[in-house]
Write a protein that binds this ligand. Structure first.
Ligand code: ADP
Length: 323
């Protein structure tokens, strides 16, 4: 049986009469990546703060266990098992990257020698050795996030909360962060990742929960979520308007766009469906100039579940700027 690293039943949190979390259930098996996906303001950080003991859940919440411990009753035990990085960064900009690391080693009561060894190893692993002697304030956004994760790893946590670890990062730093997360999982660490990027959840998560209006609107593997909704289709593009017209009348169930000269045919994208479509085109003597297969992605799922207004299209600035 797989044990659960994080389990929550009916997690609730309100501020005054504003309900942020309206009874959410989470079950994260050890050694997996679980992604809480939702737009800005959905309540992701609130969930992370509760699970990592920073704030309390409402009393009406059900049972919560992190690393087997109750965050409210035994916060010390939870803190010993977890690491938290993300929006509320622990990096001190006035001291160097190396000093930040050594400070963490002290906090974790490592001996001086052990602290130096772990610091050197982690700085090397996160490609920060060269920058180690510079004040952290001079680091780029990506370097700061890497330092933040390195600092978290000094305590060898088995469960890591990554709260929007790539928000505001450039694509290259984002990919290097993804690689870091994959390596953490290879080491057996459990990761709870919050993100507003569908692509990120799709890339990294074993399971995804879509947070919407304080509730989990859908949960499953990225593949399961994609199967929840229709949206798969084959798109044919023509350059000759006459061929476009002929094809539109020869094929049933098409959505046609007379301006773009395209036809969309609903399809699950399977080999069988494609063969049947190609047979029909051949029989009618039609040759399209371009054929593309569109399988639904998490964008479609998100769109179907939460409506167009909630699709984030602008990366938000990290919240640390707002403090
Ligand atoms: P996310 O991380 O998904 O962007 P948050 O958990 O930060 O969302 O916030 C969810 C909602 O809860 C937001 O509407 C936010 O304004 C509200 N909220 C968060 N913290 C507080 C607080 N201390 N007091 C009042 N409202 C809060």
């Amino acid at each position: 049986m797989t044990s659960l690293a994080i389990a929550a039943n009916g997690l609730r949190k309100s501020y005054g009469d504003k309900t942020v979390l309206d009874g959410i259930d989470l079950a994260v098996p050890a050694g997996t990546v679980f992604s809480l996906l939702g737009p800005n303001g959905a309540g992701k950080t609130t969930a992370v703060k509760i699970l990592s003991t920073l704030i309390g859940a409402d009393p009406a919440s059900g049972e919560i266990r992190v690393g087997g411990h109750d965050p409210a009753a035994d916060p010390q035990a939870v803190r010993a098992a977890i690491g938290v990085t993300g929006q509320f960064s622990a990096v001190d900009g006035l001291i160097t990257g190396e000093e930040n690391m050594l400070l963490m080693a002290d906090l974790h009561h490592l001996t001086r020698r052990e602290g130096r060894r772990v610091t050197a190893e982690l700085l090397e692993r996160f490609d920060l050795t060269e920058a180690a002697g510079r004040p952290a304030a001079t680091y780029s956004g990506g370097m700061k996030r890497r330092l933040d994760i390195a600092m978290t790893l000094v305590g060898s946590p088995r469960i890591i909360f990554l709260d929007e670890p790539t928000t505001g990062l450039d694509p290259r730093s984002r990919h290097s962060m993804w690689q870091i997360i994959r390596e953490l999982v290879t080491d057996g660490v459990t990761v709870l990742l919050t993100t507003q990027y569908l692509e990120e959840a799709d890339e990294l998560a074993d399971r995804v929960a879509v947070l919407h209006n304080g509730k989990i609107a859908a949960e499953g593997t990225p593949e399961e979520l994609k199967r929840l909704i229709p949206g798969g289709h084959v798109r044919l593009r023509f350059t000759d308007p006459a061929a476009h017209r002929t094809a539109a009348s020869a094929l049933r169930e098409v959505t046609r766009d007379d301006e773009a000269l395209t036809l969309q045919i609903p399809s699950d994208g399977s080999q069988r469906a494609l063969r049947s479509l190609l047979d029909r085109l051949d029989t009618a003597g039609i040759e399209a100039d371009e054929l593309t297969v569109h399988t639904p992605d998490l964008d479609d799922v998100f769109f179907a579940l939460t409506g167009p207004a909630d699709i984030p299209n602008q990366p938000n600035q990290p919240k640390e700027n707002a403090r």
